[in-house]
Design a binder for this molecule. Structure first.
Ligand code: PEP
Length: 239
């Protein structure tokens, strides 16, 4: 049997205690040798989710971390703190962080390094914008971000790479199977570490099977559809 697919839900800045408990209860019933599931809730819910899911196979991740372990960085959270709460994963370099917080690939690499030092698996996001794609620069942008965002300490065990074309995130537009195959093959070829490679960008129950069974697609990173338990389960069950 092939390796289990990695199904990651990024809740972004969504979720209060009551609605999250209902969603997590529905997801905890989900068990299959075909997938591993990681939920990345807002930081305010990490403790609760770890408690609710302690007897399940669900894993919990952060949505971002600071590059330093501690210090005078008001409002930030370190990788060590996420580990302390029971997280196993952390997303770094999400396009919303790169866009709204002006994070560079060098900063993303520093965050991934901090995650590794804390014993977390870093899910490193890369992907081109619509303008870069239209200019025919998708391959170059992905190659540059890959080279600059993955730190030297990355290994197959502590790193996951997520290809998320920015124009496909939250837009309902999904990259074509040919585009996904092409970029994932490029990442596989150029990556110095044999990490799992996820696709992210408007994945839902109806398109998950096709995406998840493309070559070099080891799983999916899901935003909007991870906020609905039924839809997220449909994606996982397509693995
Ligand atoms: C994301 O936020 O990483 C994402 C892929 O969002 P969506 O699934 O909503 O496009």
């Amino acid at each position: 049997m092939s390796a289990p697919k990695l199904i990651v839900g990024n809740w972004k800045m969504n979720g209060l205690t009551a609605d999250s408990k209902q969603r997590v209860d529905a997801l905890m019933a989900a068990k299959s040798a075909a997938f591993n599931m990681v939920l990345c809730p807002p930081a305010t819910l990490i403790n609760a989710l770890n408690w609710w899911t302690k007897d399940s196979a669900l894993k919990i991740g952060g949505q971002d971390c600071h590059a330093q372990a501690s210090g005078a960085f008001t409002g930030n959270i370190s990788a060590q703190m996420l580990k302390d709460l029971g997280c196993t994963h952390v997303i770094v370099g999400h396009s919303e962080r790169r866009q709204y917080h002006k994070e560079t690939s060098a900063e993303v690499a520093a965050k991934a390094k901090a995650a590794h030092e804390a014993g977390l698996i870093a899910i490193i996001c890369i992907g081109e914008t619509d303008a870069e794609r239209t200019a025919g620069r998708a391959n170059d942008v992905v190659s540059e971000q890959l080279a600059a965002s993955v730190p030297d300490c990355a290994t197959v065990d502590n790193t996951v790479i997520a290809y998320e074309p920015v124009w496909a995130i939250g837009t309902g537009k999904v990259a074509s199977s040919d585009d996904i195959k092409g970029i994932h093959a490029l990442i596989r070829e150029k990556s110095v570490v044999k990490a799992q490679i996820l696709y992210g960008g408007s994945v839902k129950g109806s398109n998950a099977a096709e995406i998840l069974h493309l070559p070099n697609v080891d799983g999916v990173l899901v935003g909007g559809a991870s906020l609905k338990a039924d839809e997220f389960l449909a994606i996982a069950n397509a693995a």
